[in-house]
Design a protein around this ligand. Sequence first.
Ligand SMILES: Cc1cc2nc3c(=O)[nH]c(=O)nc-3n(C[C@H](O)[C@H](O)[C@H](O)COP(=O)(O)OP(=O)(O)OC[C@H]3O[C@@H](n4cnc5c(N)ncnc54)[C@H](O)[C@@H]3O)c2cc1C
Length: 372
Amino acid sequence: MRHRIAVVGSGPAGLTFARVMHRHGYPVAVLERDPAPDARPPGGTLDLHEGMGQLALNKAGLLTEFQALSRPEGQAMRILDTDGTVLRDWRPRPDDRANPEIDRGQLRDLLLGPLDVQWGRSVTRVVPGTREGVAVHFADGRQETFDLVVGADGAWSRTRPAVSSVTPHYTGVTYVETSLDDVDTRHPDLARLIGDGSVAVYGVNRGLVAQRNSGGHVKVYAQFRAPLDWHTDLDLADVEAVRSSLLALFDGWAAPVLDLLRHGTAFVHRPLYVLPVSHTWTHVPGVTLLGDAAHLMPPLGAGANLAMLEGAELAESIATCRGDLDEAVRAFEEQMWARAGRWAKITTAGLERLVSPDPADALALFDRVQPS
Ligand SMILES: Cc1cc2nc3c(=O)[nH]c(=O)nc-3n(C[C@H](O)[C@H](O)[C@H](O)COP(=O)(O)OP(=O)(O)OC[C@H]3O[C@@H](n4cnc5c(N)ncnc54)[C@H](O)[C@@H]3O)c2cc1C
């Protein structure tokens, strides 16, 4: 008998899960709150690691297509002092495919392929243990039941309360994101500063990072330690007010570096929240979590990679389980918790070093993780 399986969310976790299930011939109901795939900007570029995101794409049969779309040159990383001095200028070898970059929109479209996502289906609650199975409640008042509901609905998961009472907490670090378009023609000096990949500048308790996406689009992240209510006297919708506030925060930094903020268009406020390191729960038959819903951690290059690998592994565990769905989920959870706990420790320590009272911490971290 075919199991009735739903995944809540069509981010990297949910789509990879559904796509690998599809490859094994298993249908999955993909329930997504957004009304359409392009309902909101997809976000910045992602580097997919060989043993994680790329491995997941391989399990989905999509590695070759990924290689055609991705940007290996985007692995380049430059670090500057706040006065603009270049401290490190790392470039990948021409054959280096360890962590190539891909735009999130391209990755989403690649994973979507033949999947029939149910757009505009906002889940409000998941209730396990009803007579018909696991009940999924929607914002429009409707309800459906499944044998397994996979919560891949991100940081503020509506599925999570079915297995855990834990909620995310603020890290003390806020990102404010802005963007530049057509950087090569409109801002050639900044294009040179950023190079093919990313440029990062670290000061005392703050940093500025710019990442090249495809098509001359650049995402800039101002990162700083601040209380959650740091913007009480600031209208976050007022672009010029936010720009002035950020320029004051980074006062004294080299003019070419501050141009990343001067030329930025809209500003998006992103306080960083995390779940406790090593978040686990007592197994609940019929419900599990993937990705940020299970282990939200600082954004240091692991979140989407873990989300995708978990999606692929859960799908494979189910596809090969010979009917014992619950056992397949249990085995997957044990594996996920152990690996995610390790990455949560690494990224939590990494955030402390990147946004640190001593900018030398960030440089030391770079030297430790970046192959020379
Ligand atoms: C600034 C920044 C930079 C990052 N850079 C990287 C990087 O370089 N590399 C990396 O690996 N990771 C990176 N990350 C982390 C990465 O973005 C996340 O870990 C990843 O997106 C998690 O994927 P997910 O599928 O679990 O959740 P999400 O991507 O959050 O997807 C969740 C989906 O669920 C949907 N949803 C939410 N609620 C509901 C609901 N109630 N009903 C139905 N649908 C719902 C959402 O609309 C969304 O489509 C970064 C994060 C940030 C903030």
